[in-house]
Each structure stands twice: as C-alpha cells, then as structure tokens.
Design a protein around this ligand. Structure first.
Ligand code: RP5
Length: 167
C-alpha cells in the first residue's frame, strides 16, 4: 500500500457517508489517501496532533468535512502549511449554510479552500486536491485533462450538438 498523500478528516462518524464520493474519486485516480474522524470541538488534541504531523507523514493536501459550527478545516489550517480544503456538510436544520459560513469565512492569513455543501463538495474537494497534486505531477495533470474532456463529451453527446464544428 503506498503512502497516503491526501488526508480526509471527518468531524464525526456521521459525516462518513456524505464524504464517500471524495474517497471514490481519489481511488478512481489511484491516489492514496487516509481517512480519520477527529472533531475540532470534541477531540481538539487529536486534531492538533493530526495537523502538526501531517506533513512529515507525507500528506500533501488535507480535506476537512464537518457540519454545524464547522471549525474543523480552520483548526487544521491554523496548524499546517499544507493546503486545506473544507467541505461544509448539512447536519442541522440550517441545511449546511451554517457549516458553509463557518468554513469559508476564515480570517486573513489562514485560508481554507471551501467547496460546495455536501456531496457536490465531496467530489469537488477530491478533484481540487488532485489538481493541487497535479501541479508537480504531469501524468496526473494529463489524466485530469482527459477527465474534463470526458465530461465535455458527455454533455455534448447529450445535447445532440456537434461541438467539433465550433472549434
Ligand atoms: C459536526 O457536528 C460533525 O462534523 C457533524 O457533521 C455534526 C454532528 O455530529 P454528530 O453529533 O453526529 O457526531 O461536528
């Protein structure tokens, strides 16, 4: 098993199903990752240890998913210079808006790259992590290019419009 380069941190075990798409996407590209549950509020020492040791353990990008008062991504970003991607999840009656605002509104100097709420965000977090890794990995960059071309082909096929003629 190769060394994980992406770390996925879930604020709770109850977040696991919402983040399955992130794991599936990274697996599809053959990029090794690890997944842990660590809560910014309930297990702050674990979050602290995970973030501070992430770089030396070989991780290159962190993805943090949490709902409600979602401080997890920010708590990680406070403790590492690795890029942190935040996925706001729907966990309360506020539909994920609470987590979105808590995740995205970071103070200057401590950015969290915040993606959409829930499943869309889970998938986009993985793709964004792949794009970050691809900066120094031309082979991965080519696979991402093919992935995007594949999406375009699907839309073009569904539209019935021959986009080739417009290029
Ligand atoms: C957040 O509170 C977690 O990320 C989760 O989305 C939500 C509810 O957690 P549980 O009470 O189900 O553990 O911290």
């Amino acid at each position: 098993m190769s060394q994980p380069v992406v770390g996925i941190v879930l604020g709770s075990e109850s977040d696991r199903s919402a983040m399955e798409e992130a794991a599936r996407t990274l697996s599809g590209f053959g990029v090794p990752f690890d997944v842990i549950v660590a809560s910014a509020h309930r297990s702050p020492d674990l979050v602290d240890h995970y973030a501070r040791s992430a770089e030396e353990r070989g991780l290159r990008v962190l993805i943090a998913a949490a709902g409600g008062a979602a401080h997890l991504a920010g708590a990680l970003a406070a403790r590492t210079v690795l890029p942190v991607i935040g996925v706001p999840l729907e966990a309360t009656g506020l539909g994920g808006l609470d987590a979105l605002l808590a995740t995205v509104q970071m103070p200057p100097g401590v950015p969290v790259a915040t993606v959409s709420i829930g499943g869309w965000g889970a998938r986009n977090a993985a793709i964004l992590a792949l794009e970050m890794l691809a900066i120094s990995d031309p082979a991965l960059r080519e696979r991402l290019r093919e992935f995007k071309a594949g999406m375009a082909r699907k839309v073009e096929t569904a539209s019935g419009f021959n986009a080739e003629v417009t290029r």
